[in-house]
Design a protein around this ligand. Sequence first.
Ligand code: ZN
Length: 261
Amino acid sequence: MTDRPPDLIKFLGTAGARFVVARQLRSSAGTFVRLSGKNIVLDPGPGTLVRLAKSKPAIDVAELDAIIVSHLHIDHSNDVNVLIDAMTSGGLSKRGLLYAPRECLEGEDYVVLKYLRGFLDKIAVLEPRRTYSFDGVSFTTSAPHDHGVETYGLSFDRGGQKISFLVDTRYFQGLLDSYAGSDLLIVNLVRLNPHESGAVLHLCVDDVRRILAAVRPRKAVLTHFGMTMIRAKPWVVAQQLGDELGIEVVAASDGMALHLD
Ligand SMILES: [Zn+2]
């Protein structure tokens, strides 16, 4: 027996896109993932530090082990610097890992402050379709997403169970390969309907239906909702998709915890 804390995913925030984030109609904090006793934050959007501290039970930022940033957009990266500072006690204890696409580190709009970088044990550059491991945690990046900036989703390998985070992207066929075999698929579903222009680089309900029908995960969780999704009530959309496809689909809510054991 070990007293290792149970594996879980906690949705600190479920907001996507500008209006929902700007008005904080839902929290724009990122997602907390605990696997193999390691504490990971994925996509630390605005409010992540606050939501970690106010989480019940509170999540001690000084005990974070890794931060993963899928892309540099502000609703995914805003709190990365304050989290690096907090998890290293302002640099007094050199520790922790950061995973991010090169663009977040070296691009014109790099988002990780340079003076903080040396506080970390290691910064690993995310590249497409690569596997990364640390301390018993392993994940593989997706093909590059179609999102205007360098973006990767990822799939954790939890002892053969594939737990995937399909982050921001426009729909393309290659998504089906990257996320094939997912047992649990968490999808950023920003829009209810496709945008007339076709130029919006986010998934809508029709896209997600297509993905879920092909991947057929054991469970799907919808999150990262824009205004049209909020108005349509995400739990209603989830129920309809689930009924149509015959798989369990739930809509995340702020603070929702998914226990993996
Ligand atoms: Zn984005």
